[in-house]
Design a protein around this ligand. Structure first.
Ligand SMILES: Cc1cc2nc3c(=O)[nH]c(=O)nc-3n(C[C@H](O)[C@H](O)[C@H](O)COP(=O)(O)OP(=O)(O)OC[C@H]3O[C@@H](n4cnc5c(N)ncnc54)[C@H](O)[C@@H]3O)c2cc1C
Length: 433
């Protein structure tokens, strides 16, 4: 029998389990270990609560999770409750699918002021991540700045702009729903160092901004390159740029909130007396390599909150080689070292959609199938159970998770698919055993 441990139950973890089960059939036992008592990683804690059709991908993972040779071992943090060396002793192969949950800092003066929030924290707050439940973002100012020109920046801007009625059918947590409903924010600035042709925003997500009930997007027409240059863009980006051009000609129609795209805007510093009061920005232009260079001209955006959406990094784990500059595990095409592999954001860094993690899982499963042979008489899950029991770790199984999920569904508000538990103790309590 071959024993494989997958650390992390997000998309990359589940695609790896699916691929291993296909490759090795009945001759493999897979343990999916997660530090959270609930599975699915960013599907639960990252993907926007008003994008339920995307979150529904978890149903595919559920099929994998319910296979006889796959276990969920939740509420177990690798690096704290059990070490990588211990797992390597217990399993024939260990796959790190730990994602990239840490915010990259803005790295400008004032980025430590209260009111400067990383997107992992802000998104975690509205999605009910236990570590960010107490964030209390300052929503009492008239304006907020969102730094970044990718889909996460769009999610944050949209969530700040929506009316309570527009969250119907979402699984936004109650604390965020209430706070956002009482928010005073009327202007949301989305800052990018480069221009409309350099965005990393996908057309569907961008297009949504044109249909919000109480908010209208605004773009300065002079920020666009000549329209004929759009023909040179790849089709997805061209569609996104078409949305931006439409926004530039849009009549706000008296909507009370505005989402302003500040292109060619490089954050220089954040100022305020004990909290964020403004962000100082330098106008940029593109050089011949399409890089942003400062023009020396600056302006201030008065705002009470800055949300930075400029990327994430994987935290290191003791015993695993790490590339600090890229914020991910050191690896060659998913192989870290003998019996140790990585997939997903922990392998590639924080880029790509949910589906981008699938080939990683299949590639690593093929490598493991080639490397592992018939298995090495390791103790596998039985050994892990003994170790965790000795340590008094309160392990959450997949059946426990199903009870937690049922309890969440039972307390759902009308029009909402699920009222998520936010505190770990609540999740553990909902197992009812
Ligand atoms: C805000 C946001 C919105 C997004 N929206 C979309 C979208 O709409 N559509 C789309 O296609 N993609 C979206 N993505 C991208 C998508 O979520 C990622 O591609 C995907 O989640 C990466 O999968 P992963 O398995 O590598 O990491 P994750 O999903 O982060 O999973 C990592 C798992 O590892 C666990 N873990 C971490 N450290 C440890 C440890 N030490 N011990 C045990 N367990 C650990 C975590 O608890 C987590 O469950 C979004 C990303 C973000 C950040």
């Amino acid at each position: 029998m071959r024993h494989v441990a997958i650390i992390g139950s997000g998309p990359a973890g589940y695609y790896s389990a699916e691929a291993l089960a296909k490759q090795l059939g009945e001759d493999v036992r897979i343990d999916m270990i997660d530090r959270m008592p609930v599975p699915y990683g960013l599907i639960r804690f990252g993907v926007a609560p008003d994008h339920q059709s995307i979150k529904a991908v978890y149903k595919r993972y559920e099929k994998v999770a319910l296979a006889d040779n796959v276990r969920f071992v939740g509420n177990v943090c690798v690096g704290q409750d059990v070490s990588i060396d211990e797992l390597k002793t217990l399993y024939d192969a260990v796959i790190l699918a730990t994602g990239a949950p840490d915010d990259r800092p803005l790295g400008i003066p004032g980025d430590d002021l209260p009111g400067v929030i990383g997107s992992a924290a802000f998104v975690g707050w509205y999605n009910g991540h236990p570590e960010f439940a107490d964030l209390a973002p300052p929503l009492d100012a008239a304006a907020a700045a969102v730094v970044g020109n990718g889909n996460v920046a769009l999610d944050v801007a949209r969530i700040l702009a929506k009316t309570p009625a527009e969250f119907a059918g979402s699984d936004i947590v109650a604390h965020a729903f209430g706070a956002l409903g009482a928010s005073s924010i009327r202007e949301i600035h989305v800052l990018g160092r480069r221009g409309p042709h350099q965005i990393a925003m996908t057309p569907k997500e961008l297009g949504e901004l044109g249909h919000l009930a109480a908010a209208a997007p605004r773009i300065e027409p002079e920020d666009f390159p000549p329209e004929m240059d759009d023909a040179l863009l790849e089709p997805g980006l061209r569609k996104s740029v078409t949305h931006l051009r439409d926004f530039a000609g849009l009549d706000a129609g008296g909507k009370p909130k505005t989402i302003l795209f500040d292109f060619f805007a490089k954050p220089l510093r954040i100022e305020g007396d004990g909290k964020v009061e403004r962000i100082i920005v330098e106008k940029t232009r593109l050089d011949e390599r399409q890089a942003a260079v400062g023009t020396g001209e600056t302006y201030a955006i008065e705002c009470g909150m800055v949300v930075s959406c400029i990327g994430y990094k994987t935290p290191p784990i003791e015993g695993v080689p790490y590339e600090a500059d890229r914020g991910r595990f050191a690896n060659s095409e998913g192989v870290i070292g003998d019996g140790l592999y990585c997939v997903g954001w922990a392998r590639r860094g924080p880029t790509g959609t949910i589906g981008t993690n699938r080939p990683d899982g299949y590639e690593v499963a093929e490598k493991i199938a080639a490397d592992i042979g018939v298995g090495g008489r390791k103790a596998g899950g039985d050994g892990l159970d003994r170790l965790l029991e000795e340590r008094g770790t309160d392990v959450v199984t997949f059946h426990d998770w199903q009870r937690i999920e049922a309890a969440e569904a039972a307390r759902a508000r009308e029009g909402s698919p699920r009222e998520k538990f936010v505190a770990i103790a609540e999740m553990l309590g909902a197992r009812g055993r």
